[in-house]
Design a binder for this molecule. Sequence first.
Ligand code: ADP
Length: 396
Amino acid sequence: MADVILVLNAGSSSIKFSAFDVAGGALDLAAHGQVEGLFSSPRFVAFNAKGEKTGEHAWAEGTKLEHADAILHLVAFLRGRAAGHSLVGMGHRVVHGGARFTKPVLTNDEVLDELETLTPLAPLHQPHNLKPIRIIAERNPGLPQVACFDTAFHATQAPLAQAFALPESITKQGVKRYGFHGLSYEYIASALPGIAPDAAKGRTVVAHLGNGASLCAMHAGKSVASTMGFTAVDGLMMGTRSGNIDPGVILYMLDELGMNARDIEDVLYRKSGLLGVSGISGDMRALLASSDERARFAIDLYVYRIGRELGSMGAALQGLDAIVFTAGIGEHSKEIRQRVCEQAAWWGIELDAQANDRGDPRISTASSKVSAWVIPTNEELMIARHTLALIEGASA
Ligand code: ADP
């Protein structure tokens, strides 16, 4: 009987899954896919490890599919194909671990209750991340479920790097810089020694450029600083999020523009970034393909903001040995990589244009003072590794 670990990444309107076969100590991707558009027009799609479609289903337009029903559909699909396989554990992406959870944890009622208290710190993500754990625990209480946190990798940052210059009465409520995308950075840190040993040992900035985007300053594979702070809206310009802005702008929106907190949240999280600036799209591919002047300006600002924040990360590291690009834009857009590297030429980055066109792991020249790399991230594998380690630890 082959063991399987199922990884879930549940958001407000989608649930992504990856199933890994546990073969000896290794984890092999067996299937992946998602249910998306839960509350508009739900669609399910699944692929095998080769990327061939193995299942799909669409619900009627306007159907509102609860998370529980989406998960039941998913589990039923996997069961139907699981002859000879046994589900030994589930791993979940949970955005916030707060101050207590600085490592992945086996969940139980007490852990889940505590994680729920962190909802005010990540209201758009935390409740959706936790919901599937409760749903599965009710139906299958004996199944080990592991929560893996996007904040945990940054727990190594010094108190100075985590602090805001705010009064203690506010700071002690947990208002500090946590940092996010930690599972992605942890995966990159685990891959670096095999791909770029000097970058693994040195001062490296990893640029996770997806719909959400952030930079992480790593020294010898440990997080030293990051551009995301208390929430995942800080730092870089993103697909639809603003990144950092003068906090006075928020007061202006409140006092002068008659906006309330929910209106402002909507602007900062869903209507800003590439979408807000271009007025066209939050999708980088669409902007790169557009000849509209506003699309050009949005891309210029996106690259400029990365350059500014790269300076800040380099200062936190007291120098720079390597930069690594990852996630959708980082892995696939040679134009954005080229522009970021050109802008960062003063750091001593010399791009190898052909290597960049090919998307080689190393995209800087042999003589480049600071090396540049493209490494695909794999947050799901990172979650599966943690899940396997905790299950094995619990049964040892
Ligand atoms: P998420 O953060 O939701 O996981 P991804 O990591 O998949 O998102 O990144 C999505 C972003 O990557 C989108 O802006 C998309 O346009 C961009 N992207 C994907 N492929 C390309 C490409 N070939 N060229 C430019 N941008 C791309």
